[in-house]
Design a protein around this ligand. Sequence first.
Ligand code: GLA
Length: 349
Amino acid sequence: MRASFREAFGMEGQAEGRAPARVNLIGDHTDYAEGFCLPMPLRRETRVTMARAGSFEARSDGHPAASFDPSGPPRGGWTDYVAGPLAELTKTGIEVPPVAVLVTSDIPQGAGISSSAALEVAVLRAALALTGASLRDAEVARMAQAAENNYCGVNCGILDQMASAAGRPGEALLLDCRTGEGRLVAVPPSFRFRVVHCGEARRLADGAYNERRRAVEEAAALLGIAALRDAVPSDVEALPPSVRRRARHVVTENMRVVSAVAALEAQDVAGFGRAMSESHRSLAEDYEVSTPALDRLVTAMLAEGAAGARLTGAGFGGCAVALLPPELDSDLWWKRVSADNPAAWLVAD
Ligand code: GLA
């Protein structure tokens, strides 16, 4: 890392920040309804090295060097994910001097495993290390989310940034997106998750994502509640057809997170798996964020013996996650799943 920084900028790096990708085990499209989700960090990560420099400049593998300006408007490119977090830091009174920034990462982009949140969190951590300031993980997450909302134009919730900032390896993080609090839940060795990319990058989905969010907010307004977190299944059936299915997904998904956590704590692989598969059905049918490639992959995962499987993250392409029962031969399982889905590849196990 040190050598590559020297090679890129002809000077020594002065501070480093790292942040992992995440898989969301269950609880998608609930965070912006103040609901629950259950992410877990993956062993893939983004590293950011910084040093004071004459001007703001960033490099990343796969991207040409680019100058940027956190005090100016977004430029519509990848450096917005560097500039945005630095702009948010400045708003809180932490002045960041002009810096050279090197980004390296083994997180695939557009896969639904939070490459952008990992970059934002790693940038904040490097800048904090450089300036000698410190912030709690939850504050780092909120700042990273604000950068994505205000600077990158994606009206996302807090799931990805909290998972990347406050998650711990080998543990799931039960997030209450109303209070912003997280509770770590140990993942026993009998719970073997596999994260698989369906082979199709997430399509330009920001518009559809923001549209889903608007429907959920409209449903809450029609019910006269602050957020769908407060709704129960019978409320949903009274809603107009335009928002009913979207609201039904959110309300039932929150209930599935709660039951999945109980199954995790009871070491009940079958129970956790059932909640995952129901979640996929709800995301596909009520929320309509799955794709034919994701559905095919999830079907094959289940047909070859997974206890549960679902798309993970926003949907519209990217990854699915499967839970394998302890007795299943995972190599054979993957061989058969990939035979049915030749474009799919294993992202994490
Ligand atoms: C994206 C967003 C998150 C969350 C998920 C869906 O990853 O960034 O805030 O809404 O989609 O659960």
